[in-house]
Design a protein around this ligand. Sequence first.
Ligand code: NAP
Ligand code: MG
Length: 503
Amino acid sequence: MSPTIETRTTVQSPQISKFLKQPQKMLINGEWCDSVSGQTFTTYDPATGDVLAEVPRGGPEDIDHAVKAARTAFEETSWARLRPNLREDLLWRISQAIVERVEDFAELESLDNGKPIGIAHAFDVRAAADCFRYYAGWPSKIQGATNNPSMLLAPTEVEFHSYTRREPVGVCGQIIPWNFPLLMAAWKIAPALATGNTLVLKPAEQTPLTALLLGQIMVEAGVPAGVVNIVTGYGDAGAALSGHEDVDKMAFTGSTEVGKKIVNAASGNLKKVSLELGGKSPNIVFEDADIPSAVGGVLQGFTLNSGQACEAGTRVYVHEKIYDEFNQALAEQVRTLKVGPGNDPESAITPLVSEEQLNRVVGYLNAGKEEGAHALVGGNRHGDSGYFVEPTVFTDTTEDMSIVREEIFGPVAVSIPFSDESEVIKAANKSEYGLAAGLWTTDLSRAHRVASRLNAGSVWVNTYHALDSALPFGGFHQSGWGRELGPESIELYTQVKSVTMAL
Ligand code: NAP
Ligand code: MG
């Protein structure tokens, strides 16, 4: 029996202590407000189950107010036409303000989501600031082209001047999940602002707090009223946003199931849609791999954020020649991971975000065992308080098992042997998803050959989770529509207009 984790929520930062004591409000039209219904919901610390804060439960009416504010800011203020250098200054100030408050953001993220505070500090918050910094560089670089039309029906002596412009899409609805709350807010907000849109953001109900703190920072940095609106609430608020007739574009990150609902809801006014959805990503270890680094990379691949990462490498394929040796080394490493609360710097595996997620993941662990898979290491809930599970590697699986096919979103991997390259490419590609893939080899030709054949939006060679503001991220198949980050997000948040003039 694993030990009970004795802990109560403690808050280090006086600023965050103060933030948590103040009544939480939503941001609509530059004002901090309650929900129209007056209802609230509770957000908890997943390590202890203690209440962190009561947050307004925004519903369809609040969404409607926020969309109206965003529409007015888009149509009736100078925001969409702001000079590029001023837009750059604004995004830069937001980035700097996040960096200045890195400790506060990290602690709040760790408290609300459960993740290790060190990771929140080193990755989530810094990557969010980096995303604003990256998009701060874009406004002055957004360009169109001059074109050379022939205009077949015009008299030959008439000349034409034709050019394209990239213009903002308009009012954007943005719905984000709970696994990287601040970072997902940054991925959505930064490119939307860089391109002159206005937006309504709905954070996940489990983790609304860092988005609200980011809202404060954006107001202080000078984001005009109505440009960024933040409505906290449940799925019904998300549904109202994605179905709203006056929203021009939806950007969603979350489950494939809800992604499909967004697509249906968006069909009323044919708003544009981009989606970052689930994954069941393969991580392939060839017989010529550097084994110690492959073991470390595979471990990191499925345990980062306690496995609650859409790009997690959860289907591990290992060449049969090294299968036993590799599994043994991996299991040994897994056993060294400390399971504990996010505020303990030693914790590598921290609680899952909610009781619901705990039940989901434990359900998969049980299904795996019942269907005949062998838990080489782990396989159970950890302790009986907080939402902890043991990091787990299954062997002896078959490809029809739910643990092999479905996204678990916990620190759970399956290890599957293979005998040759073409066989493993086929197996890796046999998924309804296609978000990411990893491969471990010292053979340069093989690395490029296999990378080109894997059906995944990101392929990582001898590394994993290699995310960067400059690199497009998104999925093949049911892992999504479109790509975020890099120049691709500038395309997502702009539309092209061609202008033609007879001279
Ligand atoms: P989810 O339901 O897809 O939640 C994502 C976001 O969508 C949340 O803000 C959610 O609000 C909102 N939402 C829910 N129903 C909606 C609707 N009908 N219309 C519009 N928005 C809606 O994800 P989840 O239930 O939290 O997690 C379930 C599973 O999804 C996980 O176990 C994992 O497999 C997958 N997931 C994937 C990602 C990813 O990054 N790709 C992230 C999270 C979860 P509420 O928070 O109020 O529900
Ligand atoms: Mg919470």
